[in-house]
Design a protein around this ligand. Structure first.
Ligand code: PLP
Length: 437
């Protein structure tokens, strides 16, 4: 092995991917994998979409890059305009970046700057939830409830407050589920010090497709309104149709974030694109104040990246793929439901084309598995042996324990491919259960 690529796995075990078409990836040895999780929840339109490839090529030939302080450009302008048509007003003002992590960081900075410009510099804390995942850069990681990612970097992480995330599978009446946990934390911190509450409306990879009760968000929205706390909705995973609506917040009446974060499905994996979207009121504050958001990145509003996003958005709309995601949701649920009867499986839950299989030591008590057994990772590895790509996560129950296997296929997936996900995952689960029996 002479390649100097600093790979994501250093044990040399990664196959070389050579092409993707639809929901399938092929490696150099000719093996085919059903991509049931879009890499990491990114590939929502399938692989090999010609229009997007063409749009990227044309933009690269015409104007690949200009800097966002020197020029605006048509790709960024049109993407912002077409995005505004599908977002709930007053969320309208898109700032394009290149990853979910940096868009979360920008959102947090924006929330802070807004309070400075409104003459309330005492408001700076951001409350987030545990478990959660908001990214791997230092501030986004500080706000993420993912212990295994945080541990080596603990001394570098800002000490910011958090509340437990809802876990209705274990206790639907807990303060985390009702929203009371946030009321208590605002009281403890002093809401005059709190700038924002950062949350994933439907819990993503770290929590496992948890859909909180509407009453939860009624309480959260009222608390944030009453205490002048901005709501930052992180929809990097759930945005752009994944849950069967354009946004996960669309499932909740009256949940109106001040700042929205998008990523992943915004370009469907075709280019590193994310967005921080702000409301009219936030933009008014900046316009009437300093006149600028104090932020800059070389690749913000980049034409070639925005062209990918624009083409992806047009495919989503033209092919009515959000509607397709809603229509396919029952088929995915039906494909995964038989897994609930298998050993190790405690819960199977889904919304749209996003599903989680929660693995437990005991179905009655819902006791998590010992993490040392790394059951979720072993199931994902077995699934890969069967040509199925899924995502595994550990630690959502108490920071240490908790095993999740996650599925989020492209919206273009065929119905029989959804059945295939259930069949292959079932095989993987049964094999791991048999090994451990
Ligand atoms: N926020 C959420 C909800 C995510 O799921 C992720 C990535 O998985 C991120 C933020 C970070 O995005 P990125 O990996 O593009 O930096």
């Amino acid at each position: 092995m002479t390649s100097p690529l600093f790979r994501r796995r250093l044990d040399g075990s990664l196959p070389l991917a050579v092409r993707g078409a639809g929901c399938w990836i092929e490696d150099a040895a000719g093996r085919r994998y059903l991509d049931a999780v879009g890499g990491a929840y990114a590939v929502s339109l399938g692989h090999g979409v010609e229009e997007i490839a063409r749009a990227i090529g044309e933009q690269a030939r015409t104007l690949a890059y200009v800097n966002g302080v020197q020029f605006t450009n048509a790709a960024a302008e049109e993407l912002a305009a077409e995005l505004a048509e599908v977002l709930p007003p007053p969320l309208r003002w898109s700032y394009f970046l290149t990853s979910g992590s940096d868009a979360v960081e920008a959102a947090v900075k924006l929330a802070r700057q807004v309070w400075v410009e409104r003459g309330r510099p005492g408001k700076w804390k951001v409350i987030s939830r545990r478990p959660s995942y908001h990214g791997n850069t230092l501030a986004a990681l500080a706000l993420s409830g993912r212990e295994s990612y945080r541990r080596p970097f603990a001394p570098l992480l800002l000490d910011l407050p958090s509340v437990p995330a809802p876990d209705p599978y274990r206790d639907p009446s807990s303060p985390a589920c009702t929203g009371e946990a946030l009321a208590d934390e605002l009281e403890r911190q002093g809401s005059e010090t709190v700038a924002a509450f950062l949350f994933e409306p439907v819990l993503g990879s770290a929590g496992g497709a948890v859909v909180p009760d509407p009453a939860h968000y009624e309480r959260i929205a009222a608390l944030c309104r009453d205490h002048d706390v901005l709501l930052i909705a992180d929809e990097v995973l759930t945005g752009m149709g994944r849950t069967g609506r354009w946004l996960a917040i669309d499932h909740y009446d009256g949940l109106a974030p001040d700042i929205l974060v998008l990523g992943k499905g915004l370009s469907g994996g075709y280019a590193p694109l994310s967005a921080m979207v702000a409301t009219d009121a936030i933009l008014d504050t900046l316009r009437q104040g300093s006149g600028n958001f104090v932020h800059a990145q070389t690749y913000s509003h980049t034409p070639v990246v925005c062209a990918a996003g624009l083409a992806a958005l047009r495919v989503l709309k033209r092919d009515r793929l959000v509607e397709r995601c809603t229509a396919l949701a029952p088929r995915l649920r039906a494909a995964l439901q038989p897994l609930a009867a298998l050993p190790l499986v405690g819960d199977v839950r889904s919304i749209g084309l996003f599903a989680a299989v929660e693995l437990v030591a005991d179905r009655e008590s819902r006791e998590p598995l010992p993490r040392a057994r790394r059951v979720a990772e072993r199931v994902a590895a077995r699934a890969r042996d069967h040509g199925l790509l899924v995502w595994s996560n550990g630690g959502h129950v108490d920071g240490e324990r908790g095993d999740l296997v996650l599925v989020a296929p492209p919206f273009t997936i065929a119905e029989d491919e959804l059945d295939e996900i259930g069949a292959r995952l079932g095989r993987a689960l049964a094999e791991v259960a048999a090994e451990d029996a």
